[in-house]
Design a protein around this ligand. Structure first.
Ligand code: B12
Ligand SMILES: *[C@@H]1O[C@H](CO)[C@@H](O)[C@H](O)[C@H]1NC(C)=O
Ligand SMILES: *[C@@H]1O[C@H](CO)[C@@H](O)[C@H](O)[C@H]1NC(C)=O
Ligand SMILES: *[C@@H]1O[C@H](CO)[C@@H](O)[C@H](O)[C@H]1NC(C)=O
Ligand SMILES: *[C@@H]1O[C@H](CO)[C@@H](O)[C@H](O)[C@H]1NC(C)=O
Ligand SMILES: *[C@@H]1O[C@H](CO)[C@@H](O)[C@H](O)[C@H]1NC(C)=O
Ligand SMILES: *[C@@H]1O[C@H](CO)[C@@H](O)[C@H](O)[C@H]1NC(C)=O
Ligand SMILES: *[C@@H]1O[C@H](CO)[C@@H](O)[C@H](O)[C@H]1NC(C)=O
Ligand SMILES: *[C@@H]1O[C@H](CO)[C@@H](O)[C@H](O)[C@H]1NC(C)=O
Length: 434
């Protein structure tokens, strides 16, 4: 199976039409739905402070067949409003996500949205990404995760893209799949979904294609799948807990590229369920990215003809206001070290913050004590606040620079608004290139 790309083309096409048994899709069974209730509450209770977060949530809940019509309509309006009001400044991937969300199993409200206009817009934004790569030594305006979202949306919603360009761009050796030389599982997974969609369109004869391009797309998919599997941890996660959902989707749609003994889906699923119970998915975007896989769904299911299935509420969705935990005693103060590191030059400070504070609180406290050294700017994103500049030095995708967060020398796998600091932590923001 692993050599499939070496078969002659005809054999290859026939081969890929034979579905391998889909035992890899290991969705959570009905009797275990209580385990995913926290995800759904997190998403429904969200205020969607950043509009594109609503797109993540709408896409996820629609694919999973969970919304009732009122909740859905509110989300559709929110997404629709966001794209109309912010359109020129949306990144390509944000627009792609909005199209996927609005177009997913078109409900009764779906009809009044003009997709062809949005899809045209996306074509232009995708071309701008390519143009930027040409002008800035191969660096897109955003990143390959978003370029993959773009191709996925163009593929699913009959947009125009060049298959040879896709075959060329998505070569697994491309630097954009790697951060600090480390393969990004999230990025690879999104690329597998996009390439699988493109290949599906070709084999169903909807595009006239050079056979060399098909062979390359096939080779890329196989290699990406192997890279994803090589990031499997002992407890079954693929990459880290936040890349696992999308990696599961990638493996669901590519069963012909790996052997059954290479991945035990059930183990991955059970580790994820445990992590849910421990609160790992308290962010709406994190919850939105993991849910479809747990329901046995992938982003390729978006344009299945069926219209939305409205749930008869097997989840007992709770939309009560989240009860803020008001501690009766004020929390004790803890001390941490914080430093800003630029080219091995460190400026450090010791600050006190309330126990339970997050990284951002430490940065704010440091800024208050010494604004000259520690002033910074952050920006709201679908994952919460993102540090865009410190002391006026600004992250720039054209030269792959950013502010990296570390604790005790280790890069964090959560952002400044979520990572809870501990007494004695050595916290650092480091000017880095990915
Ligand atoms: C590309 C990417 C980056 C790029 C972003 C710049 C660029 N060139 O695009 C780089 C490499 C710089 C980066 C940095 C970080 N990232 Co990052 N990143 C991603 C990735 C692969 C895609 C994001 C994207 O484009 N989404 C699609 C668009 C449509 O959504 P968007 O919200 O508009 O995207 C923007 C934000 O997501 C933002 N962003 C990217 N990463 C992060 C992380 C956090 C915490 C925040 C608040 C925002 C943010 O950059 C995007 C482009 O502008 C995601 C994977 C995923 N599953 O989402 C991880 C991901 C979001 N990143 C993650 C992390 C942890 C980080 C860092 C905190 C790592 C670190 N130790 O420093 C830093 C952020 C530090 C800071 N300055 O605040 C985690 C977040 C997990 C969590 N629970 O919070 C993810 C999910 C990866 C993972 N599996 O662990 N990242
Ligand atoms: C899921 O359900 C099965 C059967 O009811 C049960 O044996 C198993 O322990 C459940 N798993 C989790 C994680 O709840
Ligand atoms: C989306 O926004 C446009 C323009 O503001 C409006 O005409 C259309 O009715 C909206 N559609 C939905 C479903 O809200
Ligand atoms: C959608 O937009 C396209 C391009 O702007 C336009 O040609 C078309 O008439 C629109 N369709 C509807 C139903 O409004
Ligand atoms: C489709 O895109 C290709 C390049 O990606 C371009 O050459 C071609 O003209 C486009 N076709 C249409 C109908 O827009
Ligand atoms: C939902 O509520 C009903 C009745 O209260 C209960 O029987 C059912 O088990 C609940 N389902 C879940 C998934 O919690
Ligand atoms: C903090 O800075 C001082 C000098 O300003 C230096 O001696 C010390 O080693 C630094 N500590 C850390 C943890 O970087
Ligand atoms: C901080 O809070 C945690 C529990 O939230 C507690 O275990 C720990 O002892 C506290 N630390 C300090 C220094 O008060
Ligand atoms: C901060 O770092 C200095 C130097 O490494 C160390 O002596 C001190 O104990 C640290 N303070 C805290 C609160 O971790």
């Amino acid at each position: 199976m692993r050599q499939s790309h070496q078969l002659p083309l005809l054999g290859l096409l026939l081969f890929s039409l034979i579905p391998r048994q889909q035992c890899e899709i290991c969705e959570v069974s009905k009797e275990n739905y209580t385990a995913i209730n926290p995800l759904i509450s997190t998403m429904i209770d969200s205020k969607y402070s950043k509009g594109i977060q609503a797109a993540n949530v709408l896409l996820s809940l629609r694919l999973s067949g969970i919304l009732n019509q009122i909740q859905e309509q509110q989300l559709v309006e929110k997404v629709n409003l966001t794209i109309r009001s912010t359109e020129p400044s949306l990144t390509s991937g944000q627009l792609a996500l909005a199209i996927l969300a609005l177009g997913a199993c078109k409900g009764p409200t779906g009809m009044s949205i003009n997709y062809s206009e949005l899809v045209k817009d996306l074509e232009n934004k995708f071309q701008a990404e390519i143009k930027n790569m040409e002008d800035h030594s191969g660096n897109p305006l955003t990143n390959y995760y978003q370029l993959s979202l773009d191709i996925l949306a163009l593929c699913l919603f009959s947009g125009n893209y060049s298959v040879s360009e896709v075959a060329k761009l998505f070569n697994p050796e491309n630097k954009n799949y790697y951060f600090h030389g480390q393969f990004s599982v999230d990025t690879g997974a999104m690329a597998v979904l996009a390439l699988t969609c493109v290949k599906g369109k070709i084999t169903r004869g909807q595009k006239q294609i050079d056979r060399k391009d098909i062979e390359n797309i096939d080779k890329h998919t196989e290699s990406l799948v192997n890279k994803i599997l090589s990031q499997k941890t002992e407890n079954g996660l693929l990459g880290n807990i936040y890349s696992t959902g999308e990696a599961m989707q990638a493996l669901f749609v590519s069963p012909n590229y790996y052997n059954e003994n290479q991945w035990v889906c059930e183990k991955t699923r059970d580790t994820v369920l445990t992590e849910i119970s421990q609160g790992a998915f308290h962010m709406p975007t994190a919850a939105a990215q993991i849910l479809p896989a747990l329901m046995g769904k992938t982003y390729l299911d978006v344009n299945k003809d069926s219209s939305c299935v409205y749930s008869s509420d097997p989840f007992n969705i709770t939309t009560q206001e989240s009860t803020p935990v008001t501690p009766s005693v004020s929390p004790s103060q803890i001390q941490v070290n914080y430093s800003v590191v630029i080219n091995n030059q460190a400026d450090n400070i010791t600050v006190s913050v309330a126990n339970g504070s997050v990284f951002l609180n430490v940065m704010e406290q440091a800024e208050k004590k010494n604004p000259t050294l520690f002033w910074f700017k952050s920006e709201e994103t679908s994952w919460g606040p993102y540090i865009i500049s410190v002391r006026g030095i600004k992250a720039d995708p054209n030269d792959r620079t950013y502010w990296e967060l570390l604790s005790n020398g280790e890069p964090l796998s959560q952002g400044p608004g979520s990572y809870i600091v501990h007494a004695g932590d050595d916290l650092e923001v480091r000017w880095s290139t990915y």
